[in-house]
Design a protein around this ligand. Structure first.
Ligand code: NAD
Ligand code: MG
Length: 394
């Protein structure tokens, strides 16, 4: 079998590193076409030396020149490019077979869409891209014939539990509902009055998963589950009332699909993103991911609880935004990105995150979406609105 060329967008992040770990286990199957990174240039340098990609893409010209120089000194042939256009090029190049979309946040939308439009196998970790532009994104997938494979562990689990013809409609294939599991994050048991004082370090200390800062804060606020609810609706063409969120603290059951005959199919495994990454890379085949076998006796217990809407209002805000439609989810996502950064910078408290998002959702009215420019405008306006809220607090 000839090898496949892979581009990893966001190679220096948590998902990027896990992806290269899996890819590196299968040199006969995969070769790295391009790696991209926005910071942690030392990590990108070492990744280039190890994986010898044809291209590396960074954000700025200065980073580009420095990295190119270091790579030449190390005897590495990788060509370094920079900027948004280069990101789109390495995502859509004719030679590329698959693109791992693992840039965090709205910054990942354009290169991910470029990969979709070029009809690639797209391994989607960047949920924000889909949340922002859901209808356009899914239309682009249908138009180009791109193969979209979810990396988010829950959506990857749902995909594994769905029948092959689920695109015919959930009702048609006998699916009653999707059960989306949530770990509950580090504050699952924290009292409402204590949430206002939690620190970024506490929010980033996830009990089961090791992840980038933004998704860690999203997990703590349960906005991550809100974004994932929206993601599930787009990926599986589900109505929000067909998706039920269940808190499952062990993170062993990654999600479930409930069928009309009463069967419930679940995907289980150790909480390690290399499993969904390996699944999506090789699908429909299976390859070793480096993840150890699940020990059920060691797991011993699987607990399930209902989410608490009072302590975690972000989940309800996401549901509400999806139901509003149009640009509402782009507004939700942008305001959340600003709020999370402000929390990490200690400019606001943890419980201000939903307040800021709700402010943006109430201040801007959602517009119908016909083109990407409208999504980008809503993103800009929501960021401005959230920044204004911050300025008013100071
Ligand atoms: P991370 O912060 O560890 O890595 C983010 C990557 O994006 C880095 O390579 C960074 O350099 C790059 N990046 C950041 N800003 C950029 C910009 N403006 N332009 C170009 N590149 C930029 O994040 P992560 O935890 O790896 O998450 C990546 C994506 O995958 C997120 O959308 C997240 O929601 C999703 N995801 C992550 C996990 C996980 O376990 N980490 C699980 C499910 C989904
Ligand atoms: Mg997830």
């Amino acid at each position: 079998m000839s090898h496949q060329w892979i581009t990893v967008l966001g190679a220096t992040g948590s998902i990027g590193v896990s992806t290269l770990d899996v890819v590196g286990r299968h040199p006969d199957r995969y070769r790295v076409f391009a790696l991209t990174g926005h910071s942690r240039m030392d990590v990108l340098l070492n990744q280039c030396i190890t994986h010898d990609p044809l291209y590396a893409v960074v954000s700025e010209a200065g980073q580009c020149a420095r990295l190119q120089e270091q790579l030449l000194q190390a005897g590495c042939q990788t060509r370094v490019l920079h900027g948004a256009e280069a990101l789109a090029e390495v995502s859509s190049d004719q030679r590329v077979d698959a693109v791992m979309a693992a840039i965090v946040g709205a910054a990942g939308l354009s290169p991910t869409l470029a990969a979709v439009r070029a009809g690639k196998r797209v391994l989607l970790a960047n949920k924000e891209a889909l949340v922002m532009s859901g209808a356009l994104f899914m239309q682009a997938v249908r138009d180009s014939g791109a193969r979209l494979l979810p990396i988010d562990s829950e959506h990857n689990a749902i995909f594994q539990c769905m029948p092959g013809n689920y695109a015919n409609g959930l009702q048609q294939v006998g699916v009653r509902r999707i059960l989306l599991t949530a770990s509950g994050g580090p504050f699952r048991e924290t009292a409402l009055e204590d949430l206002a004082r939690v620190t970024p370090a506490q929010a980033c200390a996830h009990p089961n998963w090791s992840m980038g800062q933004k998704i860690s804060v999203d997990s703590a606020s349960m906005m991550n589950k809100g974004l994932e609810l929206i993601e599930a609706c787009w990926l599986f063409d589900a109505r929000p009332d067909q998706v039920e969120v269940v808190v499952h603290p062990q993170s062993v059951v990654h999600s479930l699909v409930d069928y009309v005959d009463g069967s419930v199919l679940a995907q289980l495994g150790n909480p390690d993103m290399r499993t969904p990454i390996a699944h999506a890379l090789a699908w429909p085949e299976r390859i070793d991911s480096g993840v150890s076998a699940l020990d059920l006796l060691l797991t011993a217990r699987l607990d399930f609880q209902a989410p608490d809407p009072l302590r975690f209002p972000c989940l309800g805000l996401a549901r509400q935004a999806f139901e509003s439609g149009g640009t509402a989810c782009a507004i939700l996502n942008a305001a959340n990105e600003v709020a999370v950064q402000a929390f990490l910078d200690r400019r606001i408290g943890f419980t201000d995150i939903p307040v800021m998002i709700e402010h943006a959702l109430n201040s801007l009215s959602p517009e119908p979406v016909r083109e990407l420019a409208q999504v980008m405008l809503a993103d800009r306006q929501a960021r401005d609105c959230a920044e204004q809220w911050l300025a008013n607090q100071a």
